[in-house]
Design a protein around this ligand. Structure first.
Ligand SMILES: Nc1ncnc2c1ncn2[C@@H]1O[C@H](COP(=O)(O)OP(=O)(O)OP(=O)(O)O)[C@@H](O)[C@H]1O
Ligand SMILES: [Mg+2]
Length: 226
């Protein structure tokens, strides 16, 4: 793997056993992402985008093939080592946010710092301010709108300044203005800190701002010509 390669997937496949037998969600996926790139993954609902993101981020294990992220061979790591790698290198924005309901916005955002054993007082509040939620630090997820929860999820994903930020539909539930603000924020991270972005999106304006666009079609990945 080249030094500047941060993600490499080869012959990647994921199958699950459904009610009617094996379902090949992903098949023979090849993907290389270099440091500092921004990459969009587009495709129809059910084409495998969320599944692919979960594999690339080390949240889920492939049925076939190999994944390297940040120079580590994911397949060779046990659950604990994968969790440590994620805590160190990866931020993830889930399609359905996955905020912890018993924690305030600020506590949700501070959690990855704690998991990584980092003590950075004020950092969680600072990133919440950067997503326009300085006044919502003490709110619980149920007291926030969908778009606000999405911004908390984004703040939580980049609070550790991860090398790679994965985001599943980061602008999906937002109005156009807020969506545009979130896009700005993502590309600011990309430009200022060299954060590699891997975004799943239906938003073609967002996709076109990325350095490369991939399309998933029935579990097969194709790179689109610019
Ligand atoms: N654990 C599972 N068991 C069975 N089928 C699954 C499982 N997870 C995903 N699938 C199926 O795999 C396919 C891909 O799902 P995935 O969530 O990756 O799609 P997606 O491209 O993210 O769709 P969307 O745009 O709607 O979010 C779907 O047909 C889904 O039903
Ligand atoms: Mg999805």
């Amino acid at each position: 793997m080249e030094k500047s390669t941060v993600i490499n997937a080869s012959s990647l496949g994921k199958s699950v056993i459904g009610p009617d037998g094996e379902i090949r969600i992903l098949d023979a996926v090849e993907m290389t992402v270099n440091a500092g790139e921004s990459v969009a993954i587009v495709g129809a609902s059910g084409s495998g985008k969320t599944t692919l993101l979960g594999l690339l981020a080390g949240l889920d294990l492939p049925s076939r093939g190999d994944i390297h992220i940040a120079g580590e061979h994911l397949n060779a790591l046990d659950e604990e080592a994968r969790a440590a790698l994620r805590a160190r290198e990866v931020g993830f924005v889930f399609q359905s946010f996955h905020l912890l309901p018993a924690l305030t916005a600020e506590e949700n955002v501070a959690l990855p710092l704690e998991l990584a054993g980092r003590n950075e007082p004020g950092r969680a509040r600072e990133v919440l301010e950067s997503v326009g939620l300085g006044a919502r630090c003490h709110h619980y997820p149920r007291q926030l709108s969908g778009g606000e929860q999405q911004r908390v999820a984004l703040a939580r994903a980049f609070v550790t300044r991860p090398r790679i930020l994965f985001a599943d539909e980061p602008t999906g539930n937002l109005d156009q203005n807020t969506g545009a603000q979130i896009s700005e924020l993502l590309f600011t991270l990309n430009h200022q800190y060299g954060t590699t972005l891997v975004l799943v999106t239906h938003d073609m304006t967002l996709a076109r701002r990325c350095t490369r666009v991939f399309r998933l079609d029935n579990g097969r990945l194709f790179e689109r010509a610019a």
